[in-house]
Design a protein around this ligand. Structure first.
Ligand SMILES: [Zn+2]
Length: 316
């Protein structure tokens, strides 16, 4: 996780472009990795490294990099690195149900996601971890906004809202962005970030930019659904075990055991078709409508779904 974080920040040319302090960045990344419990079967440092890597693929091959300046690229990579910081292996419903400290701190609103991004910014503020001291207050506030939007978007309670917006608004916002570019590629819109956008050929408005990045991190967060079947199957089993561990806690506390978390009943690996049909496919098809370069994701997703169907069939 530390290695991939440092590598991507350097590969995207962000250290020189933004004057980042690599010694402090290394310390920050080390603290982030220390904050990912290896006892979590799913929400651990490997998951975070995987999500960060997938965000990088969407930036470079998925069709979104052209819309971003260097600061936004940095915000995307750091958002991916912090998006599950200090995850407890417990979902929001459970934290709210037991009045966990994190639920109290955030008034029951997305206690996990609010904690991940808040706690990461607290680490970043420590002198030895503050790799962004070269950024102006305006740049820092832009970076914070992108990161907060992206991490809060990983709350599954936001899924339907983001998929609907992606379907209904993204195409027209992209269309409007294209029309702001003149034939010779210069910006007619003239907003603040235009001068730092390098080879960027379109200018999404603020809402369009936020929507694109929120959907991108959601895709990355489900990234194992778009990878080879054997790897995907392992991560599905890891998720199932983490949910069962929460179910064990609920059982021990005489709480109702949440759906798919009772290890005496079928878990998530037995309900993949519904997950693909109602969660993954609507997100990825809406995404590809706007970002067709990402279409290989859909092909692998369909392949994985057909493999699950085969497994289900052979188990009957
Ligand atoms: Zn995650």
């Amino acid at each position: 996780m530390q290695v991939i974080g440092m590598h991507l920040v350097q590969q995207h040319g962000l250290v020189d472009a933004l004057g980042l302090d690599t010694a402090r960045l290394a310390k920050f990344l080390q603290e982030l990795e220390n904050g990912m419990p290896s006892s979590n079967p799913y929400h651990n440092a490997i998951h975070v490294a995987d999500v960060t890597q997938t965000v990088h693929v969407l930036l470079t091959k998925g069709g979104i990099g052209q819309h971003l300046d260097k600061l936004e690229v940095l915000a995307c990579i750091i958002a991916a690195l912090v998006h599950d910081f200090e995850h407890l292996g417990l979902n929001n419903d459970y934290l709210v149900k037991i009045c966990h400290e994190r639920a109290l701190a955030h008034n029951d609103r997305a206690p996990n996601e609010n904690h991940h991004v808040m706690a990461a910014f607290k680490v970043m503020r420590r002198p030895e971890c503050n790799f962004c001291q070269s950024l102006s207050m305006h740049q820092m506030s832009r970076m914070r906004k992108v990161m907060i939007d992206m991490v809060l978007a990983t709350d599954m309670a936001e899924h339907q809202r983001i998929v609907s917006l992606l379907k209904q608004e993204m195409p027209s916002r992209l269309e409007a962005a294209h029309t702001k570019v003149t034939d010779n590629g210069t910006d007619e819109g003239g907003h603040g970030a235009a001068n730092t956008r390098g080879n960027c050929v379109t200018r999404l408005d603020a809402k369009g930019l936020s929507l694109m990045l929120c959907a991108a991190i959601k895709i990355a967060d489900l990234g194992h659904a778009f990878t080879g079947f054997e790897v995907h199957k392992k991560w599905s089993s890891r998720l199932e075990e983490e949910l069962f561990l929460q179910g064990d806690k609920e059982r021990n506390q005489n709480l109702p055991i949440s759906y798919l978390m009772d290890r005496d009943k079928p878990g998530v690996t037995k309900s993949q078709q519904g997950f693909f049909d109602y969660v993954v496919r609507p997100l990825v098809t809406s995404w590809i409508d706007s970002f067709p370069d990402s279409s290989p994701l859909l092909d692998q997703m369909e392949e994985n779904l057909s493999q699950w169907k085969k497994l289900e069939h052979s188990a009957q």
